[in-house]
Design a protein around this ligand. Structure first.
Ligand SMILES: Cc1cc2nc3c(=O)[nH]c(=O)nc-3n(C[C@H](O)[C@H](O)[C@H](O)COP(=O)(O)OP(=O)(O)OC[C@H]3O[C@@H](n4cnc5c(N)ncnc54)[C@H](O)[C@@H]3O)c2cc1C
Length: 493
């Protein structure tokens, strides 16, 4: 390995591999290190449509498409027992009408290798064991390779994509804050021989993603069919409920089985199925770092923050953090943006996206915790689906990526609904975050389709990836484009 690189990316999950691929495609010298050997197990199997936009931009979509992963056409969300499940329907999304449910060990390996194919210097079984700072800026890292040998590598930029490990925020700055609104524990495992999901009309949907609120409101389950014939099943419980059962002497296995028993849909899916492999537990997984960027560094993916997986947004946020990290670093390197502007963009861009998701998830958590009444704003049992239709641009990830196929009305209705939920969901604590969210809304109103920050947006053009000023010409072009989209949409209706 070279002793010097322009960008060191720590962590070879989706955030790290995507950042490294994007930078390498912009001809930036980049070194990517991952502490584990591939293939390695990881949770996070259900993707959003925005992942396809990102993978297409990074040039890896065709490769992923050949792997045979289950196509995800949306999902069924039984957020309240006794009501028809809400349906997120990706077949109405644009530009991609489906996403994937992936076996992460394969998916992550493909992304890691792709970073190498793009020109990044990739090393697995190589851990970052320490970071050296000069003033406030990280300038070098200590690495430990597969044979235990240590070496130092100097760099201009460090991207922390170390996931929950949180190299910078959890270990160096110690500014990671748990989000108490989602103080949950997840327990999950795999089944073979499960039945396909069946909707209320009795139609089978093989391969469909589904979630269901537990009958007692103490949590929810996920069921994700995978292409290797397994069904990934998990239950998310409030930490107190989980700990209470464990203290009462219940094994993790017993907690899992008992909780699944209060999920009628999952009970039906796994009636004749057999378990495959161990039960796993994930604890304390909703948190945010104090800052997502600083002099010479960016945080991306779980290293920056993580929100409860209710809407399967983890990999989306990992890719979004990768995109913003790569774009802001490229602009800084080219001298298009000064360091303060680039850092502030990355921090605010991610804050806005995390805030919007946290508020949306908190709004739906209020509903799943309350199994007696419909408490989502503006809907009743009869039109619960409306809430899912309104949040679709958010929980497909398309809004964050500024999909140019979303019309203005759809964007505004989604934003307004999120605001309504925010006003009701007092659980999302920090006033600060709410203020940032509102500021973000103004920016977005200005920019229309782009998630813009301080008049800048991410220019997703190969060879010119960066943060660009949003000028009047762009605005006029965008306005015309939106008008055309609106007319076409109206004509189709
Ligand atoms: C219960 C549960 C269910 C979930 N379900 C979904 C879902 O359905 N869909 C979804 O999109 N997301 C889901 N997620 C979230 C998803 O798992 C993560 O958001 C996603 O993996 C984040 O990617 P990442 O690249 O940031 O981190 P990771 O994928 O965790 O990658 C980080 C990498 O960094 C490496 N690393 C750590 N420390 C070092 C070091 N010092 N040096 C070098 N390498 C290091 C690690 O080995 C790891 O490979 C779920 C999460 C949980 C807890």
């Amino acid at each position: 390995m070279q002793a010097q690189t322009t960008v060191l990316v720590a962590g070879g999950g989706p955030a790290g591999s995507m950042t490294a691929a994007l930078l390498a495609r912009e001809s930036v010298s980049v070194t990517l290190v991952e502490k584990d050997a591939f293939p390695r197990y990881h949770i996070g199997e259900s993707l959003l449509t925005s992942a396809l936009t990102m993978m297409d931009f990074a040039g890896v979509l065709e490769r992923v498409a050949t792997e045979g992963f289950v196509k995800k056409y949306g999902g069924f969300f039984r957020i309240k027992q006794g009501e028809v499940p809400g349906h997120i329907d990706f077949t109405t999304s644009k530009p991609y009408r489906h996403s994937y449910q992936v076996v992460r060990s394969r998916f992550d390996e493909i992304l890691f290798e792709h970073a190498g194919a793009c020109g990044a210097d990739i090393w697995d079984r190589t851990a970052v064991t320490g970071v050296t700072f000069r003033d406030d800026r990280p300038v070098a890292a200590r690495l430990r390779g597969p044979d235990g040998a240590e070496q130092e590598i100097a760099f201009d930029f460090l991207i922390d994509a170390t996931g929950q490990t949180g190299l910078l925020s959890a270990h160096h700055f110690r500014d990671r804050r748990a989000e108490p609104a989602f103080a949950n524990v997840a327990v999950g495992g795999y089944f073979r021989g499960a039945r396909p999901y069946c909707d209320v009309h009795g139609t089978e949907h093989p391969g469909a993603f589904s979630m269901e609120a537990l009958t007692d409101g103490s949590g929810w389950t996920w069921a994700i069919p995978l292409h290797d014939g397994r069904l990934s099943v998990g239950v998310v419980l409030h930490r107190d409920a989980y700990q209470q059962r464990r203290r009462a002497g219940e094994s993790v296995e017993a907690v899992f089985t008992e909780a699944l028993g209060t999920s009628p849909d999952v009970t039906r899916l796994i009636r004749d199925a057999r378990r495959d492999g161990p039960v796993r537990v994930w604890r304390d997984y909703s948190y945010f770092a104090g800052t997502y960027a600083g002099p010479g560094y960016r945080l991306a993916g779980d290293a920056a923050g993580f929100i409860d997986p209710l809407f399967s947004t983890g990999v989306h946020m990992a890719f979004l953090g990768a995109l913003s990290s790569a774009a802001t670093v490229c602009s800084e390197l080219r001298g298009e943006a000064d360091p303060d502007t680039a850092e502030s963009f990355h921090h605010r861009f991610l804050s806005q996206a995390y805030a919007r998701l946290a508020i949306t998830v908190a709004g739906f958590y209020r509903q799943l915790r309350n199994q007696h009444d419909v408490v989502l704003p503006g809907v009743s049992g009869e039109n619960l689906q409306l809430a899912f239709d309104l949040i679709q641009p958010i929980v497909s990830g398309d809004l964050d990526l500024g999909s140019d196929t979303l019309d203005e009305d759809t964007i505004h209705r989604a934003m307004r609904y999120t605001t309504d939920m925010m006003l009701e969901a007092h659980e999302v604590q920090t006033q600060n975050r709410v203020a940032k969210f509102m500021a973000g809304m103004d920016d977005e109103r200005m920019a229309g389709r782009f998630a813009a920050i301080d008049g800048r947006y991410i220019r997703m053009k190969r060879g010119r990836l960066g943060i660009a000023r949003f000028n009047r010409l762009d605005a006029a072009f965008m306005a015309t484009r939106r008008q055309v989209i609106r007319r076409i949409t109206a004509a189709r209706r």
